[in-house]
Design a protein around this ligand. Sequence first.
Ligand SMILES: Cc1cc2nc3c(=O)[nH]c(=O)nc-3n(C[C@H](O)[C@H](O)[C@H](O)COP(=O)(O)O)c2cc1C
Length: 165
Amino acid sequence: MRIHPTIDHAELRRALGSFPTGVTVITTLDPDGALVGLTVNSFNSLSLDPPLILWSLGTRSSNRRAFEASGHFAVNILAEDQAAISRRFASPARNKFHGVATHAGLAGAPLIDGCAAYIECRTHSTQVAGDHLLFIGRVERVHTAGRPPLVYVGGRYCGVGPVKD
Ligand SMILES: Cc1cc2nc3c(=O)[nH]c(=O)nc-3n(C[C@H](O)[C@H](O)[C@H](O)COP(=O)(O)O)c2cc1C
């Protein structure tokens, strides 16, 4: 992998990994009507007015054409008991949706049962940035289920807990 010569690749990964994130599965419907989705932790909020969110997809992802063609996607924010869903959607499995309970959201993008929250979007814009394709989504529908979220840090899954402050 090409990287700036003064940046230690392993150290960069360690530093980025020490930033805790939630975990999402971002889904869409491909032009043939197949369900598409992958585990994503690059998701973040961007703007409240207008309501915009962002995430990035590896430019070599097998899902790239589906997301570009669809123009819609759903952000499934995983609940703390859904680490197995995260692992499955981060794998190159052929039918990741087999045995996963879903229902169709806007434009057919699948919503996975049991998540902490759902954010359904129309693609507002895309931009290639290095080895990722940045998606900015305009929020069209949102639902919070009230379940505690799954957290990812240092390559491990955990939940949200109280701290002494
Ligand atoms: C916690 C976690 C977060 C991830 N975040 C992203 C991400 O933000 N963008 C991305 O392109 N891949 C991300 N991945 C990797 C993809 O989920 C993985 O490469 C997946 O296999 C891609 O789907 P595909 O093989 O069907 O193309 C993440 C994986 C994990 C475990």
